[in-house]
Design a protein around this ligand. Structure first.
Ligand code: MG
Length: 452
C-alpha cells in the first residue's frame, strides 16, 4: 500500500502525535508547490491548536511564493465561499470538523472552493513524501494579509438564495446550537437577519468544546432537545465543529435523523424544479429515492464521501445532493456541504408550509436503519467482497462502494471502513425488525464469504 496523507475529508490527526507543527509546515510547502500561482485563502475552526497549525501552513505557503489571506475563525463553507467567489489559487481550512478537541486537520480546496479530487491530493502527497518543494527566492516569498470580508458576503449569499421575506413573515423561533464551534459568528446572526427569534446555545467559540462534543449526534444534543421544548421553538439546529453540517430538532423537541431532513429538502427542491438529479452516497436511505421519484426526479448514487458527491453533482449538473449526516450541497450557492445554507433552507420550507416541522417530516416515508460491524484481516478485503458479490448472484447488486444488495423489503450494504479493518453493515427496511433481519442476512452472507 502506498503512503497516504489525505483521508476521506482531508488530513486529520491527534495534535502532537500524528498532527504536528512539522507536518503542517510540510503540507503547506507541498500545497504551495502544487497550486497555480496566486493568493491562497486560509481559515480555521476555534480549536486550541488552530493558530499553531495555521502559522505553520502559512509559512509553507509563503515560502513557495503564495500570498495568503487569513479569514480567521470561519465555518469551512464560508472559507470555501470566499474562494469560490474570489480570485484565489486555492484555500486551506485548519479543522477537524466533528472530531474531539484533541484532533485537528488540514483541508485543502481548489480555486472553485471544492474539496480536492483524489488525483489532486495525490499530486500534493507526491511532493510531501518526496520532500520536493518549489521554494521561492528571497525576493519572491509571499505576504500575509487579514481578510475580514469572508463571512459578510457569505451570509449575503445565503440570504439571497432563500425566500427571506417568507421566513421573516413567519416569525419563527429557532434554537441554534453552535457547539462552541466555527459557526458562532455566523449562524445565529444569519437566523436573526432572517427575522427569527434566536435562542443561542454554546454560542461562544471555544476550542476545548466545553458545551458538548463537536459531533451533532443525538447523544450530544440533549441540551438542544430540552431547550427547543422549553422555549416552545419551531425548530432547533446544531452544527458540527466547522459547520458544514446541520442537524435538526423538530417543534416537539424530537431529534431529526439526517436522512429525514435530507429527504425533506430534496423533496422541496425537486418538486419546485419539476425534476432533476439528486446525488447521494450509496449508504443513504431509500426514503430519499422515494420522495425524489415521486417528485419526478432521479437519484444518482456515489461512493461514500462528500467530495465525491460534490464532484459528481458538478459533472452531471445535479439540482441537489447530500449525506445522511446532515451535510447538504446546494449547487446554485456552492459545490460543498454548507450548514448555514442548510439551516436557511429548512427555515424557508417551514415558513412556507402551513405545518410545523414535525408534521412535514411525518409526511415522509419511514424506514428503519440497523447497523452492525464485522472485523476482518486487512489483506483479505477485496477477496471477501468479490466472493460476496458472487454469492449474491441473481439479486440486484451495486458495487459502487462495498456491496449493496437490494431486496423487495429493503437493502443491505457491506462496506469496508476507511480507517479500520472492519466491514460496516447497514440494513434498511420499513420496520426495525425487518432491518435487523436484513442485517443478519447480510452478515451471514459476509461470514460465508470470509470462510475459505
Ligand atoms: Mg464538518
Amino acid at each position: 500500500m502506498t503512503s497516504r496523507l489525505f483521508g476521506t475529508n482531508g488530513i486529520r490527526g491527534v495534535v502532537g502525535e500524528d498532527m504536528t507543527v512539522d507536518l503542517a509546515l510540510r503540507v503547506g510547502k507541498s500545497v504551495g508547490s502544487v497550486l497555480a500561482t496566486g493568493p491562497v485563502a486560509i481559515g480555521r475552526d476555534p480549536r486550541t491548536s488552530g493558530p499553531m497549525l495555521r502559522d505553520a501552513v502559512v509559512a509553507g505557503l509563503l515560502a513557495t511564493g503564495h500570498d495568503v489571506q487569513d479569514a480567521g475563525v470561519v465555518p469551512t463553507p464560508a472559507l470555501q465561499y470566499l474562494v469560490h467567489t474570489g480570485t484565489f489559487s486555492g484555500g486551506v481550512v485548519i479543522t477537524a470538523s466533528h472530531n474531539p478537541a484533541e484532533f485537528n486537520g488540514i483541508k485543502v480546496v481548489d480555486r472553485l472552493g471544492m474539496e480536492l479530487s483524489r488525483p489532486e491530493e495525490e499530486r500534493i502527497e507526491a511532493r510531501f513524501f518526496a520532500e520536493d518543494y518549489t521554494l521561492a527566492g528571497w525576493n519572491a516569498v509571499g505576504h500575509v494579509h487579514p481578510n475580514a470580508s469572508g463571512t459578510g458576503s457569505y451570509l449575503d449569499g445565503i440570504a439571497s438564495r432563500v425566500d427571506a421575506g417568507a421566513i421573516r413573515d413567519a416569525g419563527l423561533r429557532i434554537v441554534v446550537d453552535c457547539g462552541n464551534g466555527a459557526s458562532c459568528g455566523t449562524s445565529p446572526a444569519l437566523a436573526s437577519r432572517l427575522g427569527c427569534d434566536v435562542v443561542s446555545l454554546n454560542g461562544e467559540p471555544d476550542g476545548r468544546f466545553p458545551g458538548r462534543p463537536p459531533e451533532p449526534v443525538q447523544a450530544n444534543l440533549e441540551a438542544l432537545l430540552r431547550t427547543v421544548k422549553e422555549s416552545h421553538a419551531d425548530l432547533g439546529v446544531a452544527h458540527d465543529g466547522d459547520a458544514d453540517r446541520a442537524i435538526f430538532v423538530d417543534d416537539r423537541g424530537t431529534f431529526v435523523f439526517g436522512d429525514r431532513s435530507l429527504a425533506l429538502v430534496a423533496k422541496d427542491i425537486v418538486s419546485k424544479n419539476g425534476g432533476g438529479v439528486v446525488v447521494t452516497p450509496v449508504s443513504s436511505s431509500r426514503c430519499l429515492e422515494d420522495v425524489v421519484r415521486a417528485a419526478r426526479g432521479t437519484v444518482r448514487y456515489t461512493k461514500v464521501g462528500a467530495p465525491i458527491v460534490a464532484r459528481t453533482m458538478h459533472e452531471i449538473g445535479a439540482v441537489f445532493g447530500g449525506e445522511e449526516n446532515g451535510g447538504m450541497i446546494f449547487p446554485e450557492h456552492q459545490l460543498c456541504r454548507d450548514g448555514a445554507m442548510t439551516m436557511a433552507k429548512v427555515l424557508e420550507i417551514v415558513a412556507r408550509a402551513d405545518q410545523p416541522l414535525s408534521q412535514l417530516l411525518a409526511g415522509l416515508p419511514a424506514y428503519s436503519l440497523h447497523k452492525t460491524s464485522v472485523r476482518y484481516k486487512a489483506q483479505e478485503r477485496d477477496v471477501i467482497l468479490a466472493r460476496m458479490k458472487t454469492m449474491a448472484a441473481g439479486l440486484r447488486v451495486d458495487d459502487i462502494d462495498g456491496i449493496k444488495i437490494h431486496y423487495a423489503e429493503g437493502w443491505v450494504l457491506v462496506r469496508p471502513s476507511g480507517t479500520e479493518s472492519i466491514f460496516r453493515i447497514f440494513a434498511e427496511a420499513r420496520t426495525e425488525e425487518g432491518a435487523k433481519a436484513l442485517a443478519a442476512r447480510g452478515e451471514a452472507l459476509l461470514r460465508n464469504s470470509m470462510e475459505d
